[in-house]
Write a protein of this length. Structure first.
Length: 463
């Protein structure tokens, strides 16, 4: 069987030799197509255009060369010209599925997803092979239109044609996630793995959706099966490591992360997660070594800089922590984790004006971050009193007023501000919502136990 790559390389060498000597050689249409494809694959559309001009001189009536021209125009971003050429080919060759596929691709680039869908459907009617990949492309267009049920239907059709198409399996899991259909995803992949028990990607997808639903044991079982089928499946090790980290099984998590290093080589994200595991175990020096390994691989890896700053803060190396977290914010000014920890360490360094400014930015960028509001208000309580804390807290009430932690902290501020009646009313509301959480009030302001009205309400609403 002829080796197309070898043929293509030979054609390109002949063409480039012709260019250098300025001879004029003959190439047939198929050879010219291979040369044009070579330059397009190397992302050199200008050189492809030059070959195209030569091809049109040799074969001015060839529809195949006209199709090549349309593809080159697409690569050059001349989409209107490409469509014009494709329309001309379609009149002569109405059953050419490649014309429909290229039109679909152009309309997708133009974000005219409805027209793209139409042409992919026409291609499906005309094509005799590669139907699973066409269904995959059609699914992308339905996703762009947020027609997730239609997208899922296309992907299922693709798998009926080719159950081993891993790109389709990954996209199907992603599409179920976009649709918020987690239980349907579990049902599908359970059934699919019953029929295709050696599909490592399907077990991986099943493991991920279980993890999303915090069903970690089931997740680990599915991921273990993916690894058993494909022992080099580093993404499955990575997902399992994350589950183990969440479950505080840090040593096991590190072992899983280290497995991915064997397969993928050193990765900044991997060392960053290993650092987090050591941090959680309070093995701070090992955590710093891992974070530094991450930074050495990618100096812009913001999570490693955050981890480095947090660990140094825990070691009371406050000034070094400030510098690390300052760098994290500089790298990624919209990273709310970086802002949160930076504000906290600035407060510990008694750089209060900068801390307040950073908390303000955090509250504005991520108002749903309750810890940001709590810490901001506590700093105001410490420096400016309970009324200032309350004023700040009222800003966050629109987002958090039904959150139990927020409610009990509001009670604390009200009582400390001398607004006893309002504080007691808020306390009643909080106790009815979650009595057990009242310990948060007592931890934040132990003086509350000295108020008889407080102890009375705590006893009254005890269930």
């Amino acid at each position: 069987m002829p080796d197309r790559n070898a043929d293509q390389e030979h054609c390109v060498q002949r063409y480039e030799a012709m260019e250098s000597t300025r001879d004029r050689l003959f190439f047939d249409v198929e050879e010219l197509e291979m040369i044009i494809d070579h330059y397009l694959e190397r992302n050199e559309p200008r050189r492809a255009e030059k070959v195209l001009a030569f091809a049109k001189q040799l074969h001015p009536a060839s529809m195949d060369i006209t199709l090549c021209e349309a593809v080159v125009m697409m690569a050059l971003g001349r989409l209107s010209k490409a469509l014009e050429l494709l329309d001309a080919i379609e009149k002569v060759e109405p059953y050419n599925e490649e014309v429909q596929l290229h039109k679909a691709g152009i309309y997708s680039q133009q974000r005219n997803h409805r027209r793209s869908v139409e042409h992919y459907k026409r291609a499906l009617d005309l094509a005799e092979e590669g139907l699973d990949d066409i269904y995959l492309d059609l699914a992308f267009e339905h996703e762009n239109l947020e027609e997730f049920d239609d997208a899922i239907g296309c992907l299922k059709n693709a798998l009926e044609l080719n159950p081993e198409n891993e790109a389709v399996l990954y996209e199907l899991a992603y599409c179920y996630d976009l649709a918020g259909a987690d239980e349907a995803c579990i049902t599908f992949f359970r059934n699919f793995t019953n029929e295709q028990p050696y599909s490592s990607v399907s077990w991986f997808n099943l493991g991920n959706v279980f993890a999303k639903l915090e069903r970690y044991e089931e997740s680990n079982q599915a991921l273990d099966l993916a690894i058993a089928i494909d022992e080099r499946f580093s993404s499955a090790y990575f997902s399992k490591a994350r589950n183990l980290l969440i479950a505080s099984r840090f040593e096991e998590a590190i072992a899983c992360y280290e497995e991915t290093l064997v397969f993928d080589g050193p990765q900044a994200i991997t060392y960053s997660f290993i650092g987090e595991c050591y941090e959680k175990m309070e093995r701070f020096e090992q955590a710093l070594i891992s974070y530094d390994q991450s930074i050495a691989l990618d100096p812009e890896w913001v999570d490693a800089w955050i981890g480095r700053g947090v660990v140094m803060d825990m070691q009371d190396r406050v000034q070094e922590a400030v510098l690390a977290l300052q760098h994290a914010v500089r790298i990624s000014s919209d990273n709310t984790d970086a802002l949160y920890y930076y504000a906290a360490v600035l407060a510990r360094a008694e750089r209060y004006a900068e801390a307040f400014a950073t908390y303000e930015k955090l509250n504005l960028m991520e108002p749903q971050n309750l810890d940001g509001w709590l810490d901001h208000a506590d700093l105001l309580l410490k420096l400016k009193g309970a009324d200032a804390a309350l004023a700040k807290f009222h800003e966050g009430a629109q987002v958090h007023k039904f959150n139990v932690r927020f409610r009990y902290r509001m009670v604390s501020y009200l009582l400390q501000a001398g607004r006893e009646q309002q504080g007691l009313l808020e306390l009643e509301e909080a106790l009815m919502a979650d009595h057990a959480a009242h310990v948060q009030l007592l931890e934040h302001w132990p003086e509350a136990t000295k108020l008889p009205q407080i102890t009375h309400l705590l006893e009254l609403y005890r269930r």
